[in-house]
Design a protein. Structure first.
Length: 214
């Protein structure tokens, strides 16, 4: 089966990104963009991001996770440490995050190093989640083969019968991605997009900025 997509076209003309609009700190620019997209209600989940890891088989893999916090220290998300992505991160702690907000014609790509968040932070976040989400994290052996859907539903039913307070599993918690590079892409007409790359200088801890050809 074949489908020809050559005639798919879109002209990007909603905004621009100029050097004089940039902050010296890319986190501040990310914050501006995030808030603008959020306030405009342009997407359902503005915090949805792709994370790419390199697995034990040497292949990269990308999936969507939800950003739960960002600051000058980095970007935080939560997952099962024994999941496919968790095992990949343990072996290869260099990852790539990307945000694509098509309605704003914007993309942000982040290369960084991953570390686990402190256990207390992970426990506090776990306690703030809806009870159903807590149970899901406990009963799901994420990324592992299971016989059928009933396997999960039975484990959930068993857990619902327990009266004890739910506690964060040791194998579940947060990661923080500390950025080394951040690239901002603003769609422009005629495919002459605006692209600016921030690279962290490990010696001075300052960010170097260059414009990239589209």
């Amino acid at each position: 089966m074949e489908k020809d997509l050559q005639n798919y076209r879109k002209s990007y003309e909603k905004s621009e990104l100029r050097l004089n609009q940039l902050h010296r700190d890319p986190i501040l620019l990310f914050k501006d963009w995030f808030i603008e997209v959020e306030k405009a209600q342009l997407v359902d989940e503005v915090n949805a991001m792709n994370i790419s890891t390199v697995g034990e088989d040497g292949f990269p893999k990308t999936r969507i996770v939800l950003l739960k916090k960002f600051s000058k220290d980095g970007f935080v998300f939560y997952t099962n440490y024994k999941s496919e992505k968790g095992l990949a991160i343990e072996k290869h702690p260099k990852v790539c995050l990307s945000f694509f907000w098509p309605a704003a014609e914007r993309q942000v790509i982040i290369k960084g190093i991953v570390e686990k968040t402190p256990q207390e932070q992970s426990s506090n976040y776990f306690a703030s989640r809806p009870k159903g989400s807590q149970m899901g994290a406990i009963v799901s052996p994420q990324s592992q083969p299971i016989p059928n859907r009933e396997f999960l539903e039975e484990k959930l039913s068993e857990l619902q019968k327990e009266e004890s307070e739910l506690k964060r599993p040791e194998h579940w918690g947060g990661y923080i991605v500390k950025p080394q590079e951040m690239e901002f892409w603003q769609g422009r007409a005629n495919r002459l997009h605006d692209r600016f790359l921030y690279t962290l200088d490990s010696k001075t801890n300052d960010w170097n900025i260059v414009r990239l050809a589209p």
